[in-house]
Design a protein around this ligand. Structure first.
Ligand SMILES: C[S@@+](CC[C@H](N)C(=O)[O-])C[C@H]1O[C@@H](n2cnc3c(N)ncnc32)[C@H](O)[C@@H]1O
Length: 349
């Protein structure tokens, strides 16, 4: 790399961007996400217990090419996911636990998210047309595609569970739940977020609301199972109707999936289902008004290309709520998180 270019790259204020540009001449930038994704997808880490494994044995168990698997493991060993003991013998490191299915720190579902990579292959079209590339790459919209096959939907539910635990685990202990009696989690996935709130707040009962396929999976397995006496499920379409009966509504990472018109419709359905003194709690990342570096900018592009949605500033949420007959009554920045919780109430004036 020329010294001039290095100096220009050093002016990048975001350390991730700086390192990306430094490594862009090497293959690591293009290969790393796929190598981790492939290792996670194949379940290689799940094959390890506390002992070392021979690559031939692993390849036999997973029906893989021993030579190709050894090259994958050696590369991932070079950055700490495995230890290479030589002569085809490997063990899993603490970092490698991220690739396991059963680990409490697992990122397996996140790392296997190849659907987004595929959508990004068509992202030039999104910039040309403003439409999500996912739809043309997959021949269906994002959530229609999730229903195309039970495994695709279940993998997405698991990724949402993993992500919520990582990005907004602090939600469960918010003072907002102190005076909540029944909470309806709208688009609540398989219920991991609702379960964490109900567990931390034994006086609250819950209703999980999502699409039929998701609710059916939640009824069979998931974190809500031990909380059945305080929680029920309801399935439906939040563009049509949201069930009544709760004094508080929660929408986590739901509105950012949709463009403004759709988001306003979902908010109107929530308003219709809430009692006059009810509250809606919206958990989302906020785009900084000043334009400084923040993960919400990257998520905004991701939403545009994959779902046709968008991230928003606080002012933009305020205006969506106004259009839906609601107003913003409070904002809480979640500790140790890039997410905020916006409290909205019905505008009955
Ligand atoms: C990005 S996920 C968020 C899941 C969960 N709230 C969380 O934070 O982990 C959006 C959720 O909205 C649900 N959803 C999408 N379209 C829906 C619709 N028309 N009616 C009800 N739920 C819907 C999806 O099934 C999915 O569970």
């Amino acid at each position: 790399m020329s010294t001039d270019r290095e100096h220009v790259i050093a002016t990048a204020t975001d350390p991730v961007v700086r390192e990306f540009l430094r490594m862009a001449d090497d293959s690591i930038v293009a290969v790393l996400p796929y190598a981790l994704s492939v290792a996670a997808h194949l379940g290689v880490a799940d094959e390890f217990s506390d002992t070392e494994r021979k690559v031939e044995e692993l390849a036999g168990a997973l029906d893989l090419s021993p030579g190709a698997l050894e090259r994958l493991l050696r590369t991932l060993a070079s950055c700490g996911f495995f230890t290479d003991h030589g002569e085809g013998l490997f063990s899993l490191t603490r970092l490698g636990q991220l690739l396991r299915t059963d680990s409490p720190v697992s990122m397996r579902a996140t790392l296997t998210n190849v659907d987004s990579y595929r959508a990004w292959l068509g992202a030039v079209d999104t910039i040309a047309t403003g439409r999500p590339a996912f739809d043309s790459q997959f021949g269906a919209g994002f959530f229609t595609h999730k229903d195309s096959d039970g495994q695709v939907g279940a993998t997405f539910d698991e990724r949402m569970r993993e992500r919520a635990g990582r990005l907004y685990s602090g939600l469960a202990t918010l003072p907002a739940w102190n005076d909540t009696r029944r909470l309806l989690d709208i688009g609540g996935g398989k219920g991991a977020v609702l379960a964490s709130i109900l567990t931390a707040n034994p006086h609250v009962s819950g209703i999980l609301f999502d699409r039929r396929s998701v609710v059916e999976r939640a009824e069979v397995s998931g974190e809500l199972a031990p909380l059945r006496d305080r929680c029920r499920t309801a399935s439906g379409d939040f563009f049509e109707a949201i069930p009544a009966g709760a004094d508080a509504h929660l929408m986590c990472s739901v509105l950012h999936d949709w463009e403004d018109e759709d988001a306003v419709t979902i908010l109107r359905r929530s308003r219709e289902a809430l009692p006059a003194d009810g509250r809606l709690l919206i958990c989302e990342m906020l785009l900084p008004e000043s334009g400084e570096a923040h993960p919400a900018w990257w998520s905004d592009l991701g939403m545009m290309v994959v779902l046709g949605g968008r991230e928003r500033s606080l002012d933009q949420y305020r205006s969506l709520l106004r259009r839906a007959g609601m107003h913003l009554s409070d904002v809480t920045w979640l500790p140790d998180s890039f997410f905020s919780v916006l409290e909205a109430r019905r505008d009955d004036r």
